[in-house]
Design a protein around this ligand. Structure first.
Ligand code: CA
Length: 233
């Protein structure tokens, strides 16, 4: 899941990016209203986290901008302004929830999960392919109901492939889901994550296969059943 954080306090932005990345989200961070407008114009985000007091404008204007463009993604306002008027203004302008600074990182991650679970959020909850299941909100993967532990990158990759099961998912779109815009992605970084994911799926007994579409991307399919051998004569 891809989040956009709009926060001009660099130290706080760094903490939030680290905390949410650890919780399994991919986070892009920008320091103001204008770069945020650029970011939402080129990428689809599942959730926006907005500071209100920004150097080049007010976060509320950004909420209106995003809503005018028809984007229904959840918006969580993060601000030191805890007054009733500010809360009401924020919610009236189209934000979904409000978290007053300072807050605990665990609470922020929990609020994000709650907003993403709402009807109308862009994500369903449980995806299944064969004996493999992925809960996109709890970020849990199971094989035959046994937990399968994956790194955040492996999990995001699996989620993208499960969402488009049977279809090729192009490399740039996978890289977009796995790496924040600021990350430097080396040529074979994605291949390395794919090969780790394949190994974990095989070890866990998941009946799925990740195929390579050479030069294009990857496809997840249910594994072909192994033909049963007839009795030998
Ligand atoms: Ca600020």
């Amino acid at each position: 899941m891809r989040l956009l954080l709009v926060e001009d306090n660099r130290a706080l932005a760094g903490l939030i990016v680290d905390g949410l990345t650890e919780a399994g989200f991919v986070v892009d961070a920008v320091p103001g209203v204008e770069p945020a407008k650029d970011a939402v114009s080129v990428a689809d985000y599942d959730l926006l986290l907005l500071d209100l007091g920004l150097p080049d404008g007010d976060g509320i204007d950004l909420v209106r901008f995003v809503r005018r463009r028809g984007c229904g993604c959840p918006i969580l306002i993060l601000t030191a302004r805890g007054g009733l008027d500010d809360r009401v203004n924020g919610l009236d302008s189209g934000a979904d929830d409000y978290l007053v600074k300072p807050f605990e990182m665990r609470e922020l991650a929990a609020r994000c999960r709650t907003l993403l679970r709402r009807p109308g959020a862009s994500l369903g909850t449980t995806l299944t392919v064969g004996n493999l299941a992925f809960d996109s909100i709890a970020r849990e993967t199971t094989v035959d109901d046994r937990p399968l532990r994956l790194s955040p990158k492996e999990m995001n990759l699996l989620e993208c492939l499960m969402r488009r099961v049977g279809h090729v998912v192009a490399k740039p779109s996978l890289e977009g889901a796995l790496y924040a815009q600021s990350a430097e992605v080396t040529g074979n970084a994605l291949e390395a994550v794919v090969s780790r994911l394949r190994r974990r799926l095989a070890e866990s007994g998941a009946k799925v296969t990740v195929h390579t579409a050479h030069g294009i991307g990857y496809i997840l399919t249910p594994a072909q059943p192994i033909p049963t051998q007839g009795p030998r004569s």
